[in-house]
Ligand binder design. Structure first.
Ligand SMILES: [Zn+2]
Length: 153
């Protein structure tokens, strides 16, 4: 029974190396934001949306700030730089548009809340007015009674 633990060989096999992916210096390595799976994509996919090979979520490939352009041929380098710049701007614009959309939803909700509050306050004012009218009427009644009682003198 104690022999169950055989001497553990310190094997240096990577844990769950799903495929023999050869990582090129120009590849982009990142983790899926949804499932955390380590992904390796070609540099040309920088800034693009791709499906995660593990969970299938559509995720955006990050754009490395310091891409090694010297590994690419020089002619394409400048073009790629411009392409990356355009994609970065696109990503920022998309984020800004989404934020603006969220803000509109937020403000619309706020406005609806204000309207509700306003209606509630109006309702209270009416109630208070009615209460005041009732109090005045009651006061008048009491004064009338006092007058009629005191008038006997
Ligand atoms: Zn994933």
């Amino acid at each position: 029974m104690e022999d169950e633990k055989l001497d553990e060989k310190p094997n240096d096999v990577a844990p769950e190396a799903d495929e023999d992916v050869e990582i090129m210096p120009t590849d982009i390595v990142f983790d899926c934001p949804e499932c955390g799976h380590n992904l390796v994509v070609d540099y040309r996919a920088a800034g693009l949306q791709v499906p995660c090979t593990s969970c299938g979520s559509i995720i955006q490939v990050p754009i490395p700030e310091n891409m090694h352009l010297e590994d690419l041929d020089c002619d394409a380098g400048e073009l790629l730089q411009q392409l990356l710049q355009t994609r970065r701007m696109l990503v920022k614009a998309e984020a800004a548009a989404q934020q603006a959309g969220e803000k509109v939803v937020e403000l619309t909700q706020l406005l609806a809340d204000y309207r509700k509050t306003l209606l509630a306050v109006k309702g209270r004012v009416e109630t208070l007015q009615e209460a005041a009218d009732l109090a005045n009427a009651t006061r008048q009644d009491v004064l009338d009674i006092i007058a009629s009682v005191g008038g006997g003198k």
